[in-house]
Design a protein around this ligand. Sequence first.
Ligand code: C5P
Length: 367
Amino acid sequence: PPALPSLWGIPLKYLSLVTLAVQNSALTIVMHYSRVSTPPSRTYSAATAVLMNEILKGTISLAIAFLRIDSSLVAYENAQAPYVPPRPFTGRVLRRLRRLSREVFSQDCWKLSIPAILYVIQNNLQYVAASNLEAATFQVTYQMKILTTAAFSVILLRKKLSTSQWLSLLFLAIGVGIVQIQAGIDKAASEGSAAASLESPSMNPMKGFIAVVAACFTSGLAGVYFEMVLKNSQADLWVRNIQLSLFSLLPALGPVMFNQHANTSQAGGSFISALFENFGAWAWATVLVQVLGGLVTAMVIKYSDNILKGFATSLSIVMSFLASVALFDFKMTITFVLGSAVVLIATWLYNQNPTRVNVMMSRESWM
Ligand code: C5P
């Protein structure tokens, strides 16, 4: 069998899964802290963060695709004509750029517009959720992504689920429900007590919950759609990422323009300064962790699939729990531990003997 693609001798499949688990818990913590450590009136713009995420991710994907096209071009030219006279440096760069742009603006590039719009909505919703829920509550509730991913896999990829997998999905919903009840009790208790925690006064768990549920839908649909586009064509992963980022720019710019119009006229400052108002180290840290997440998610979908992705993120729950207890004075109650245990067991059960996804389908059957 052909060797798995690897980096420093470690197969990319496992490297990307472990990186995703660590990234997921880091993102939950960093994003939550960046939102609640300042009063809402002095927080940074989530729309700017989402836009920066897309620009950075697109630029990195562009650089990787450029370097990769380099070697494929040489191989192609060697196959076409054994002797290629040396060209000046600028000529070579231009040639590669032309070839890359042909690949990026391919006939089927429009397909990426669907996951692009969905991911932009999801990335904005994540900020709403992180601002209104405890870090660990957010993470557990976000596990409902497994449910939506399964549903869209069944509908779009015509995947068959075993009885134990359906059962585990039911347990997942029950576990999330238990954690939500816990969050409600916490909120009621903190409203009644003088010793309210740092984040409780400005948090609205119901708003956070609705945002997570909506984000779970976009996550499932976008993930399955991206997997389908990626595995149904020969195009390079990094070229697909560039296309995804390009299509994200417009929807990501929308909320930025909308917000800035109000802000600039209010503050009377320049457009750029209004864009980056209160955009401190924690905001940039959130963006960077999210950029890493985007790149690693793409690799996980390519080298594994959306099911294993769910497994990796459930591992990150345990990491976030421990970090939340240490950093945010998060109180672990019996209800919370019970709900989270149910979610974890459900995830484990779901991943027992996962059925293969039939991604090699004809275009007509899904377009
Ligand atoms: O929660 P979920 O796993 O669906 O999150 C996916 C995240 O990864 C989103 O923030 C999305 O913008 C990003 N992503 C990406 N490139 C891909 C696939 C996902 O940046 N090819």
